[in-house]
Write a protein that binds this ligand. Structure first.
Ligand code: C2O
Length: 529
């Protein structure tokens, strides 16, 4: 199935997902946005919390959805298999509990994807061997369908039938691999009520911009007259001079009074002329100003609301300053073609460290005290501070020769952690959707240019509680979370190619006694390397 099956559950449920690998490839599954409280063995990123499920093997993921409700998703977490191995995870409120907004007459899940005609593991190999960027995908998909604008796909249109005057809830997930996306519906405004599985203060918008890994729930009122209206997904790509494919895929919102009879005619005329649905207005592919204005509107519910999440930590125990960005390295003997800028190869890093995947799972290495697989000295800040946005010329070497290592950052139990992300702009200015495993975090603010603690405006009142933050182009973003969940937690850019290039690291969350003994032992079917 593409996309994969939807998992439906309720808040506080214990969920067991048995994954049987019937393919010849290695696989692992991650429940994206599930906080995995005290269940880090089931988080899923390959070589971080488990070894891959090998051909013919199976593994049961067992976790609870403690204090979680909303729209999330699951996806493969190895190589580039996430491209086609993913599906929604829908968590309803507890039995008898409603939503903090007007109940919709119907709910629909829309998972946005990117589809390649080529083998996606081959794409990853190509990126590694060439040192260059990935080829663009062949199509964008809404629930696996392209929409009516291609000759071969006229019948493959994701369609929602609506009745005039009714209210609908759309649960929208960006499961794309390497592309951020706009989503909109012609002639309809959307009211955002949830992001990343947490209720938000409602606001109206004509478009959404979702980074890979982000989810939005919106209410949409069928307030138009009869007819058909396109839903569209279109790329957002702020990188300077980056090649991109400008294409759009469509679904249709169809008013019920548009009878079946008319539809038969429509099929005959191949949806031409008067039957053509109305087109939405799509923001420009690089319209960062509108995207920023949209993202800035996302706020949590009033802190006193019964569904408002845990309090924002006001006192900080640990501050980390992470530069995130792309680098260009000198060619290595591993690279055959060197398609990166200036005959070099692309790399990416956090604090100028390119993450090297270990040979065993980090969690297993920690739990069983296996030496030599990682070190615990991940830098709290970059070695050299410089003008990240303009790139001071005498420090350019910082950006061109990243170190390579498997280092983790230790979080003592209960610490209130603040992480400042600084997008470095010296090698193409690109946005990085940073995703944290094991925790949700408050996004306190973002701002243009170099982060400055004396001028940065941070929202401590109603910041959104998220699992993926799009760190904007040439900007900074500040997050806070409470390190109260022991385990080995991956943090990475959710543009898969950037993770391949090394834009990732891991946190080692200690438990109360500084050890792992409070955790249940590894499950008996945990895959071994
Ligand atoms: Cu959705 Cu580590 O990923």
């Amino acid at each position: 199935m593409y996309p994969g099956p939807t998992i439906y559950a309720r808040e506080d449920d214990t969920v067991v997902v048995k994954v049987s690998n019937l393919t010849p490839y290695n696989i692992s599954i991650h429940l994206h946005g599930v906080r995995q409280r005290l269940t880090c063995w089931f988080d899923g990123p390959a070589y971080i919390t488990q070894c891959p499920i090998q051909a013919g093997q199976s593994f049961k993921y067992r976790f609870t959805l403690l204090n979680q409700r909303g729209t999330l998703f699951w996806h493969a977490h190895i190589s580039w298999l996430r491209a086609t191995v993913h599906g929604p995870l829908i968590i309803y409120p507890k039995q008898g509990v409603g939503y903090p907004f007007q109940p919709p007459v119907e709910e629909h899940v829309i998972i946005l994807g990117e589809y390649w005609l080529r083998d996606v593991q081959g794409l990853e190999r190509h990126v590694k061997e060439s040192g260059g960027g990935p080829p663009g995908s062949d199509a964008y998909t809404l629930n696996g369908l392209l929409g009516p604008l291609h000759n071969c796909s006229r019948d493959d249109v994701y369609t929602i039938n609506v009745k005039k005057g009714k209210n609908y809830l759309l649960r929208i997930i960006n499961a794309a691999l390497n592309m951020e996306h706009f989503f909109m519906v012609a002639n309809h405004t959307m009211t955002v009520v949830e992001t990343d599985g947490e209720y938000t203060k409602p606001f109206k918008t004509t478009f959404l911009m979702l980074t890979p890994g982000q989810t939005y729930n919106v209410l949409i009122k069928a307030d138009q007259s009869i007819g058909k209206y396109f839903m569209a997904m279109a790329p957002y790509m702020p990188a300077k001079n980056a090649p991109f494919l400008k294409k759009t895929s469509y679904g249709i919102l169809r008013y019920a009074s548009h009878t079946v009879k008319v539809d038969k005619l429509a099929r005959k005329s191949h949806m031409k002329t008067s039957m053509t649905p109305l087109e939405p207005i799509i923001p420009n592919v690089n319209d960062t100003v509108s995207v920023q204005a949209f993202s800035d509107q996302v706020k949590r519910l009033n802190p006193n609301h019964q569904w408002s999440p845990v309090d924002v930590p006001l006192r900080i125990d640990k501050t980390l300053f992470f530069t995130i960005g792309l680098n260009v390295s000198a060619p290595t003997h591993l690279t055959l073609i060197c398609q990166g800028p200036n005959g070099g190869i692309f790399a990416a890093s956090v604090n100028n460290v390119t993450f090297r995947r270990p040979m065993v799972s980090l969690l297993n290495a920690y739990y069983n005290n296996l030496q030599g697989y990682y070190s615990t000295d991940f830098p709290d800040k970059p070695e050299k501070m410089y003008d990240f946005v303009n790139g001071a010329p005498n420090n350019i070497s910082v950006d061109t020769q990243p170190a390579i290592g498997t280092q983790v950052s230790i979080l003592e139990h209960g610490w209130a952690v603040q992480v400042i992300f600084q997008d470095t702009g010296t090698v193409g200015t690109e946005k990085h959707p940073i995703h944290l495993h094991g925790f949700s975090f408050y996004l306190l603010g973002t701002g243009l240019g170099n982060y400055n603690s004396s001028t940065a405006l941070l929202n401590l009142y109603d910041p959104p509680y998220r699992n993926t933050v799009g760190v904007p182009v040439g900007r900074w973003a500040v997050i806070r979370f409470r390190a109260d969940n022991p385990g080995m937690w991956f943090m990475h850019c959710h543009l898969e190619v950037h993770t391949t290039w090394g834009l990732s690291m891991a946190f080692l969350g200690k438990n109360r006694k500084g050890k792992m003994q409070n955790l249940p032992p590894p499950p008996p079917d945990l895959p071994l390397c």
